[in-house]
Design a protein around this ligand. Sequence first.
Ligand code: GDP
Length: 417
Amino acid sequence: KAPLAPYPIVIVGHVDHGKSTLIGRLLHDTDSLPEGRLAELKKVSEQRGLHMEWSFLLDALQIERDQGITLDTTRIWFRTPKRPYVIIDAPGHREFLRNMVTGAAAADAAVLVTDAERGISEQTRRHAYLLSLLGVRKVIVAVNKMDLVDHAEDAWKGVAGDVSDYLQKLGIEPLYVIPLSARHGDNIAARSEKMAWYRGPTLLEALDLLVPAAPRTEAALRLPIQDVYRKGDTRLAVGRIETGRLKVGDKVEIAPTGQPATVASIDAGKGSVPEARAGQSVAVSFIEDAALNRGQIIAPAGHMPHIATTIRVRAFWLDPESLTAGSRITLRLTTSEHPVVVEKFERLVDVEHLTDGEGSELGQGGIAEIVLRSSAPIAFDHASDLPITGRAGLARGGRIVGGCILLGAASNVTVAG
Ligand code: GDP
């Protein structure tokens, strides 16, 4: 039997509300720490005259990463008896964003950490908003530091109510709202006796109850081309099928040019196959001598993505240097890259009240609807139809510093077909 694929989750929340501590705790309580690491940590803690600080664990891993040593803190693994998990981001990294917007490793679920004493904050709301924007709809709320509020049910209820209300406004129904203490290990692996009033699952039980999203094999085919190479006289387009299925003999169109092609062969890694589906990486050849390039999207004949040069997007921005009308950035949509200019600001989103505002500048952490213009046509889907080909990273100076979901063509529409 094939090993279970690790279930990808992300842990988000306001800085200092306890994400690193929670991750350290998860690693420890599931026995996923590298050999000897716990003893080392205890020593460091004692030398600093502190009791065991789980967040040191992540710091230690981070230092090793900065020094170019083995460990990758952007992929932290742990396992329960039920299945393996991968946390696809360590707190504070842009990796989550990059992974999500490029589809490299999409989190299927999120743990939103909120401090029981300090409650919901602006940053809690912002992270919740980003989850909704990026389509992460399975959210577990961890009400952390319950030890600071005497493990009181009322304190939990207050924070739980605030966070749930906000998530519901975004159309997300939180799956579990768990009172816990990352530092003391309450309600993470073991049920807490100090919170006997709580009847729901522990964090690990809640994670194990999540049902992974199935690959979207029934949606329209979208196969973004990652690479093109030659094998003898045959040209092969290589990429991962993001949605739908592909069969030998299928008539397809290659976006954005719209050139028609017929599938001659599909190789799914272990030789030729008659059919492949969402989630598989494939090498495809065509009967016609089609002009193939990285960044094109293979789609079913008659079901091409939208093609436009001017696109309305809902964007979030993380760079200290603001985004303004006229800014030149790069849109990275699956495997394609397009230089674009910010043509105009349609509205700014007030994350606290979820209302619209006016403005023409997007500062760090801001969210706005803007119009982007490209000189060449861009193939894309509406995020509400096909999320993977409907979102993109926003890069400046070669680094991803924002992301967006694509809402539609703003004008200059080239009708396909
Ligand atoms: P992050 O910035 O969200 O990763 O937060 P950290 O994990 O670094 O935690 C911030 C501070 O809160 C640290 O001093 C932790 O020791 C402390 N902390 C984390 N979890 C708990 C908890 O359950 N109870 C208490 N009392 N402190 C905690």
